[in-house]
Design a binder for this molecule. Structure first.
Ligand code: PLP
Length: 411
């Protein structure tokens, strides 16, 4: 059984025209062995957090070079827990890029903290030390910062932390796009306070839903383990294991954010495929690069300079500068007519109604993100994309770049 997502988010692709191949935007590949692992757990009589979660945590920690990994229900809950683990006074200021997923900023709000949005460099889609400094000076000293490795590219976490005046152990890395990203030769997952990964259906290690927090801090790992499950003491958590006691205490206002063993068993099976999937993503990126390089009005995604690290290619976001910003939506429609799915990552958080009120925005505005937003277009990027599908996307984009956009029959 295979789950295929053809419309993420809300980009409906048409049936492919005669002679063309459909290219859905996203693909959630649950391998046969992951399906078998899920079934094994379902038949075992123990389906919630238990042995599989413990094993997945250990294997995941090894994969990203972290001391501890704590399995949770989502990356969003992971970020909230990581922020709560800092024990900051309510309303403390937390910096976040505005070019991120809303969930990352909801996590700041739900942790009782005050988001301050940071502008991005349109060339990278990520904050720079200068934009961080501007945000850090706008409302007073920030207590913490969330840093996103946007699209799977490499953010310079130490430089951004220094610009914010925030110690590294108060940086929460949003690695929802960055399983497989390396900063230099070091995989994202260690070296700061906590790093949060997502196993959402479209992410590089898809489980449908789920997340992981990694940290090198023993005390913090213990706190996170309890806090993800009602704040119940470690004894209580271990009562799930053979020989465990029924007794427990509650030390904190915990969340209900644990991962089931069904997800964890799938995660272990999927993780074995991950290196091959990442190699395929890099091949696809290279194939796009080769065919799209130099097209008028199309800019290839930013990637780390040689030696600076490795892109995880979660997304392949091109920047379109055809004839004014409005044309991006016409490109989306023209591609959709050819059964090619695309998406936009992201609507800047400050342009979403709730956050335009709830988040603090530097008075100079977030002009880099505004300029970039109108140009962004994410092309399909997943390991099962065939070369023929990549070529079909490139043919369509090339036709649009050379001949402009007029919908059906332009090519
Ligand atoms: C997907 C995503 C999240 C949220 O992940 P969930 O596991 O769905 O909570 C957070 N940040 C970014 C940048 C994302 O793309």
């Amino acid at each position: 059984m295979t789950t295929r997502i053809t419309a993420v988010p809300r980009v409906v692709t048409m049936p492919a025209p005669a002679g063309e191949i459909a290219v859905p935007f996203a693909d959630c590949h649950i391998t046969a062995d992951a399906q078998a692992a899920a079934l094994r757990v379902l038949q075992s009589g123990w389906v919630t957090t238990g042995r599989e979660a413990v094993a997945f945590e250990a294997e995941f920690a090894t994969a990203v070079g972290a001391t501890h990994a704590v399995a949770v229900s989502s990356c969003t809950q992971g970020i909230e827990l990581a922020l709560r683990s800092l024990g900051l006074p309510p309303g403390s200021l937390v910096l976040s890029s505005t070019m991120t997923f809303c969930g990352a900023v909801h996590a700041i709000v739900h942790a009782g903290l005050q988001p301050v949005l940071v502008d991005v460099d349109p060339a990278t889609g990520m904050p720079t030390p200068a934009t961080v400094r501007t945000a850090a000076q706008a409302y007073g000293r920030p207590a913490a910062m969330v840093v996103v490795h946007w699209a799977g590219d490499v953010a310079d976490v130490p430089a951004l932390a220094e610009a914010a005046g925030v110690p590294l152990d108060r940086v929460v890395v949003d690695a929802a796009h960055a399983l497989g990203t390396y900063a230099g030769v070091v995989p994202v997952g260690s070296g700061c306070g906590a790093t949060c990964f997502s196993f959402y259906a479209t992410k590089n290690l898809p489980l449908g839903e789920g997340g992981m927090i990694t940290t090198d801090d023993d005390a913090r790992a213990d706190w996170l383990r309890r806090a993800r499950l009602h704040g119940m003491t470690a004894d209580a958590w271990r009562r799930y294991l053979p020989g465990g006691s029924w007794r427990y205490n509650v030390a904190d206002a915990g969340l209900k954010a644990n991962m089931t063993d069904v997800q964890a068993a799938m995660g272990r099976a999927q993780l074995a495929h991950f290196p091959a999937w990442q190699r395929r993503r890099a091949q696809i990126a290279a194939r796009y690069d080769e065919q799209l390089a130099g097209l008028p009005g199309v800019r290839l995604p930013h990637r780390p300079a040689p030696g600076d690290g490795t892109h995880a290619w979660h997304l392949y976001p091109v920047r379109l500068r055809l004839n004014g910003g409005g044309d991006r939506d016409k490109v989306i429609a023209a591609l959709s007519e050819r059964a090619i799915g695309t998406s936009v990552h992201f609507v800047p958080v400050h342009r979403l109604a709730y956050f335009s009120q709830a988040a603090l925005i530097p008075s100079t505005g977030l002009t880099g993100a505004d300029a970039l937003f109108d140009q962004l277009l994410s092309l399909p990027m997943y390991p099962r994309l065939t070369d023929a599908q990549v070529d079909a996307v490139c043919r369509a984009v090339t036709g649009i770049a050379h001949r402009g956009i007029s919908g059906k029959g332009t090519e």
